[in-house]
Design a protein around this ligand. Structure first.
Ligand code: HEM
Length: 214
């Protein structure tokens, strides 16, 4: 298993797999096969894939530990960057067709519609993560601070779910499903942190029991 995970071919294969949703959309654009409302189709597909890639990224740490596969870490950055890639496309499908690239109109809309406000916040939170995702940035800002900064992916995922939940009109099954996945992944981290802390607690050495009879 390890040989498979550390192979550069596996990484390349995963990269190609992550591009499939994008290739599918490009293909459907070329064939004019995006249904009655092409913009809506693009918005929904890119939104769905953003959320999926956020979940995939959040799965890496628990899977590494639960299945004892530390080399899975090699894929985390790529998955996170794909989440950013799909949210950028998602944002563009909003900024272009919805807002005609009018930034001031967009900011007004962000302030006015709560589901856009949280979606936009999630997007903004992901920007520094994408920028600082390289090894050079870890060195520059230090591992601890880098880790703290990259914890904002938790908030981005939660805001992404709220965004989805608020925009659906009636059937909330899908946002609730993603919400449950994100909740499980975040609760797992909380449990892991809690048990690690307990494990690190200084061991109390019992005072020698001095008996009058000894
Ligand atoms: C991490 C950030 C984000 C995530 C995870 C996300 C996710 C989603 C999802 C899952 C959908 C619905 C897809 C479906 O119905 O199948 C959606 C729709 C949408 N999102 Fe986002 N989104 C994010 C950021 C944004 C941003 C930054 C904007 C714009 C500023 C935006 C605007 C929209 C719009 C306009 C729709 C369609 C609403 C409708 O059909 O009425 N989203 N998004």
């Amino acid at each position: 298993m390890r040989a498979l995970l550390i192979s550069k071919w596996t990484k390349f294969a995963v990269f190609l797999i992550c591009l499939i949703p994008f290739a599918d959309l490009v293909w459907r654009i070329i064939k004019s096969d995006l249904g009655a409302n092409p913009v809506e189709t693009l918005q929904h597909a890119t939104g769905d894939w953003t959320l999926r890639f956020l979940v995939f990224t959040l799965c890496i740490t628990p899977f590494r530990k639960l299945f004892k596969l530390p080399d899975l870490i090699r894929f985390r950055r790529m998955l996170g960057l794909f989440a950013f890639f799909y949210v950028s496309l998602h944002f563009l499908t909003y900024l272009g067709p919805d807002q005609a690239f009018d930034f001031s109109g967009m900011l007004k809309d962000v302030a006015k519609r709560p589901f856009i406000t949280v979606g936009f916040t999630a997007f903004v939170l992901l920007i520094p993560l994408a920028i600082t995702s390289t090894a050079g940035w870890i060195r520059r800002i230090g591992g601890k601070r880098w880790q703290m900064l990259h914890r904002s992916i938790y908030f981005a995922a939660v805001f992404g779910v709220i965004h989805y939940y608020w925009l659906v009109k009636s059937d909330v099954r899908k946002p609730v499903f993603y919400g449950a996945l994100v909740a499980i992944l975040l609760l797992w981290r909380l449990g892991d942190w809690f048990f690690k802390r307990r494990g690190q607690a200084p061991v109390r050495v019992a005072a020698p029991h001095i008996s009058m009879n000894s």
